[in-house]
Design a protein around this ligand. Structure first.
Ligand code: SF4
Length: 429
């Protein structure tokens, strides 16, 4: 989207106070995300009434999910664009500037896949990392999830276009490419290419950089994928695989029945080939029908598998999903209590795992450098994904260290979810 806005001669400003047109890209797959998006849209109304803003455009999942009611919910918004209409943004801006209002381009199930070059893409990143979308949509139809109906069926970009975009991001100074989609392991399912083909192609790019795979569906974790990751020093030994639950009964109710055998021995399979792999997962508490016994099974699984990072979400009943009509609802209070139990357990696991890193060496990718003499250098090692995991901090000692530098470090201390470290010099005692 940013690429075509720039190509049409518009400038992108970070502060909405200075914008002629405010574009709000939204998420709306659960009610909490909808509320957050709705709050932002409502906040922007003031700028249109009082400031220089001449029009508001809302794009993404919210107008797609609520295409028939958005205009009554947000009558002050000038245009709504669903995922398939994002590239029409420049025409829409032109039409708004010409006085047109009430533009709604959303509703039909999305089926397009965009192949941006990334040459003029604006990356809203706080660090040396960028996200690289490799596919869109999802074919899994988990019973609690609205994403397949909002984003459509799974469709992959071509390897050639992803490699082109990766080259442009690397030339622009980004040193970590985070491959994202609703299920990265299924990449190429619809085109005949595969995720391992993509990883091999990206690994051949010249510069020093990292590739990180985010959001893999458990049964896409093949032996070949593990071996390709093991063979390349550019691919983070980092696995982000949401399991959602560990009870067979609940996995079936979630319509993730075919993941049962994959979930059961997932960490074992990864650690057999990559003993030092970092594994992140997410799960849901309070899914309809989750008894104490089911929850205990999940709790036991979390203890036994010792994940490095864990996200726990309370079940969110969403209209138009199968899970919304399932019997035996768990109260919100109980679901939150179960979430809390898992988070406390995970805190102990994390503390033990991260404390054991003290004294070990690693490579830090510098994301940013704080201002002032006493400012610190902030970055991440392969162990920590941007925005969801912790950070690693070192003291500012060497002016040659810049954003995007790779620095050898030795971990010195755990501070909450973050680590402190020092620059590691060969021969250091
Ligand atoms: S795999 Fe993820 S995106 Fe796809 S339906 Fe399941 S939860 Fe939703």
């Amino acid at each position: 989207m940013t690429e075509c806005i720039l190509n049409e001669g518009w400038e992108i400003v970070a502060d909405p106070e200075n914008a002629d047109i405010i574009v709000i890209n939204t998420c709306s797959f659960i009610q909490d995300a909808y509320k957050e998006s709705a709050e932002t849209i409502t906040e922007m109304r003031r700028l249109k009434e009082e400031g220089q803003c001449k029009g508001i455009v809302v794009s993404g999942c919210l107008p797609q999910r609520y295409s028939t009611t958005v205009h009554t919910r947000f009558p002050f918004v000038d245009a709504f664009l669903g995922p398939d209409h994002i590239m029409e943004i420049t025409n829409v801006i032109k039409n708004i500037m010409d006085g047109q209002r009430n533009i709604i381009l959303a509703g039909e199930t999305p089926s397009k896949i965009f192949e941006p070059s990334g040459k003029r893409r604006v990356v809203f990143s706080q660090g040396a990392y960028a996200y690289l979308k490799i596919a869109e949509g999802c074919n899994h139809f988990c019973s609690f999830c609205t994403i397949p109906s909002i984003r459509g069926r799974y469709r992959s970009r071509s390897i050639a276009s992803i490699v082109r975009e990766a080259e442009n991001l690397l030339s622009a100074g980004f040193r970590e490419l985070n491959l994202i989609s609703q299920d990265t392991f299924s990449f190429g399912y619809d085109t005949g290419e595969t995720i391992t083909d993509l990883l091999r192609a990206l690994s051949k790019l010249g510069n020093e950089f990292w590739i990180r795979l985010l959001y893999g569906y458990p049964c896409g974790l093949t032996e070949e994928l593990l071996n390709v990751i093991a063979e390349s020093d550019k691919i983070c030994r980092y696995f982000d695989i949401p399991i959602q639950h560990a009870s067979e009964k609940i996995l079936k109710l979630m319509n993730r029945s075919h993941t049962v055998p994959f979930v059961k021995n997932m960490t074992e399979r990864i650690r057999k080939i990559l003993p030092n792999a970092v594994i992140r997962t997410t799960c849901i508490t309070g899914f309809p029908g989750e008894t104490n016994k089911d929850f205990e099974e999940l709790h036991k699984y979390i203890i036994e598998n010792q994940f490095d990072h864990l996200g726990v979400f309370v079940f969110s009943p969403e209209k138009d999903t199968k899970a919304d009509s399932l019997p035996n609802r768990v109260t919100r209070e109980e679901a939150e209590k179960r979430r809390e139990i898992l988070m406390l357990t995970q805190h102990d696991i994390m503390e033990k795992k991260h404390t054991s890193l003290v004294g070990k060496t690693d490579t830090l990718l510098v994301d940013s450098i704080e201002e002032g003499k006493r400012g610190r250098i902030k970055g991440r090692t392969m162990r920590f994904a941007p925005e969801i995991d912790g950070m690693v901090y070192i003291k500012k000692t060497n002016s040659a260290i810049k954003r995007g530098s790779f620095v050898p470090i030795i971990y010195t201390k755990l501070v909450d979810y973050d680590m402190e470290a020092e620059v590691f010099y060969e021969g250091r005692k």
